[in-house]
Design a protein around this ligand. Structure first.
Ligand code: PBG
Ligand code: ZN
Length: 324
């Protein structure tokens, strides 16, 4: 028997020791559950590419919101599928738009659940882009004005937090300003600060019916090849008043998450996006992987990389698994 000073297996040899020296933990308090609210009544339609995730009308959203709260998940993030779409995304900032009515219903029926809203135009424009079009591209400054109106209308309907996902320049500052000057200085902004132009959003675009009808989002979402740009984007949003910064997608960008964790002292969120979810669900449905094990390992990976909050379609399952 050789004399080894370092035997890593000594401390790994018993579950009780492994538990005592575990460096990272995961709690239900870290989770945010995304939901898709559809205009109409009696609607509950499963998204083909996202088993277990539904487009649903308000009464079903409220029922699921109750379940989410019972599971101990603190917050949901809402996306809307409006009755009609137009060139300027009017429903996004309408007083009685789909999201505004959904916020009111959840806050009335499940007041203890935090309601976060996605602030963007792509779910509401007939062309599917995240802003209004001028000369074949999204017009930044004109879009920012509408995003600010959208965020204000969410706050007026009772949203607890707003989350701009559009990637226009200056939108966090504009939203902070309109909230502050209208009595909503207490409403935090979780900014999609670092959002890459990603193929992993494919299933979401089916869920939100928000596929761009021409071109792609590369003139506003980030190039997946860039790392330093993430620091610039995060810094800009922090300077404009973001309270929480987000990295999106999750798994292919864990290095970026760690960069931001090391650089900034703000709460950090990660979006475990639709394509990441669909891949695990598809592999699990084929019995190629153990779903619980792979999902929990994925969540731990986000936490280890530095995320405080994880936006994930797996949230309800994770909450149940954590209770065992
Ligand atoms: C809207 C938005 C998107 C997602 C969140 N907000 C789609 C996109 O930018 O194309 C993606 C979420 C997911 O894939 O789960 N801007
Ligand atoms: Zn968008």
């Amino acid at each position: 028997m050789s004399l080894l000073a370092h035997r890593g297996r000594r401390i790994r040899g018993k579950e009780i020791f492994r538990r005592m020296v575990r460096e990272t933990n995961l709690s239900v308090s870290n989770l945010i559950y995304p939901m898709f609210s559809a205009f109409g009544a009696g609607i509950k339609k499963e998204v083909t590419s996202m088993p277990g995730i539904y487009q649903q009308s308000i009464e079903h959203i409220v029922a699921e919101a109750r379940e989410v709260q019972r599971l101990g998940i603190p917050a949901v993030i809402l996306f809307g599928i409006p009755a009609t779409k137009d060139a300027v995304g009017s429903d996004a900032y309408a007083e009685h738009g789909i999201i505004q009515e959904t916020i009111r219903a959840i806050k009335r029926e499940v007041p203890g659940l935090a309601v976060i809203t996605d602030v963007c135009l792509c779910e509401y424009t007939d062309h599917g882009h995240c802003g209004i079009i001028r000369d074949g591209d999204v017009d930044n400054d004109a879009t920012v004005e509408l995003l600010a109106r959208e965020a204000l209308s969410h706050a007026q309907a009772g949203a607890d937090m707003v989350a701009p996902s559009d990637m226009m320049d200056g939108r966090v500052g504009a939203i902070r300003n309109i909230l502050d000057t209208n009595g909503f200085a207490h409403i935090p902004i979780m900014s999609y600060a670092v959002k890459y132009a990603s193929g992993y959003y494919g299933p979401f675009r089916e869920a939100a019916e928000s596929t761009p009808q021409f071109g792609d989002r590369r003139s506003y979402q980030m190039d997946p090849a860039n790392r330093l740009e993430a620091l610039r984007e995060a810094q800009a949003d922090i300077d404009e008043g973001a309270d929480i910064i987000m990295v999106k997608p999750g798994l292919p960008y864990l290095d970026i998450l760690r960069d931001l964790r090391n650089e900034f002292a703000l709460p950090l969120a990660v979006y475990n996006v639709s394509g990441e979810y669909s891949m695990i669900k598809a592999a699990a449905a084929n019995d190629w992987i153990d779903e619980e094990r792979v999902v929990m390992e994925t969540m731990l990976g986000f936490r280890r990389a530095g995320a405080d909050l994880i936006i994930t379609y797996h949230a309800k399952d994770v909450a149940r698994w954590l209770q065992r």
